[in-house]
Design a protein around this ligand. Structure first.
Ligand code: PEP
Length: 252
């Protein structure tokens, strides 16, 4: 059995108002409390403005809290952005960086993602660094090349298993109901771990959690989470309902 503890992470994206966020986070925290010693860790990543509401709702539970982004700079003239120190101060332990929606909507490059991850790590957060190929890249047979170069370009030097999680999210699988086959997912995850080893050393790479993301749901989670190099999931749509997200976690 792997020493890597399964992480079930919910990316709420730009969804919910405070009452829904409170109910969802509170409902999940309650289930975690009842479950006691679960064989997985659970993380929720609400929109930045809802982080305080969620922090309050999960207080006293084992539920972990993360942001969906942080700025690469420590502070200053960056209207509308959130610094990693502010994310940490609000009660988060994790920060998603480099999600494909940010790479697309905000033109974030590997270099930007790496700087954001480094700032998260420097402020005591674990960076959840997202990578993944587009459908055109997969069709062109470039899946491994693209993911290899995103690992090389987006993971800060000196990253460790304690301050880094990788999320492999094929862009074409996000929110589409489509997923790669389990063989394809395992192939990419094993490749990512090997590329990570070149960057941070085999020991740290072996301890680093690599999550799969892209249309994971209660119906496919068991098969995906059983794969040797899949150490959890980053879940969008299915993380917005207590029962669905809990069902995914229970598949671990
Ligand atoms: C995501 O946005 O990180 C994601 C995986 O979304 P979904 O589960 O909805 O495909």
């Amino acid at each position: 059995m792997s020493a890597r503890r399964t992480l079930i992470a919910g990316n709420w994206k730009m969804n919910m108002l405070s009452a829904d966020a409170k109910a969802l986070a509170g409902g999940l925290a309650e289930k975690l409390n009842v479950a006691g010693d679960a064989n997985f860790e659970m993380l929720v990543c609400p929109p930045a403005i809802l982080i305080p509401v969620v922090a309050d709702a999960i207080s006293g539970s084992a539920m972990q809290l993360g942001s969906q982004d942080n700025h690469m700079n420590e502070k200053g003239a960056h209207t509308g952005d959130t610094a990693a120190a502010q994310v940490k101060d609000a009660g988060c332990g994790y920060a998603i960086v480099g999600h494909s929606e940010r790479r697309t909507d905000h033109g974030e490059s590997d270099e930007t993602v790496k700087a954001k991850a480094a700032s998260a790590q420097a402020n005591g957060l674990t960076a959840v660094i997202c990578i993944g190929e587009t459908e055109a890249e997969r069709d062109a047979g470039k899946t491994l090349d693209v993911n290899g170069s995103q690992i090389a370009g987006s993971v800060p030097d000196g990253s460790t298993a304690a301050n880094t999680v990788i999320a492999y999210e094929p862009v074409w699988a996000i929110g589409t109901g489509r997923t790669p086959t389990t063989d394809e997912v395992q192939e990419v995850h094993a490749f990512i771990r090997a590329e990570l080893a070149k960057k941070i050393g085999q020991d740290e790479a072996d301890k680093t959690r690599i999550l799969y993301g892209g249309s994971m749901n209660p119906g496919n989670a068991k098969d995906l989470l059983a794969l040797a190099d899949v150490d959890g999931g980053l879940i969008g749509g299915a993380s917005l309902k207590v029962d669905d997200f809990w069902a995914v976690a229970e598949s671990a």
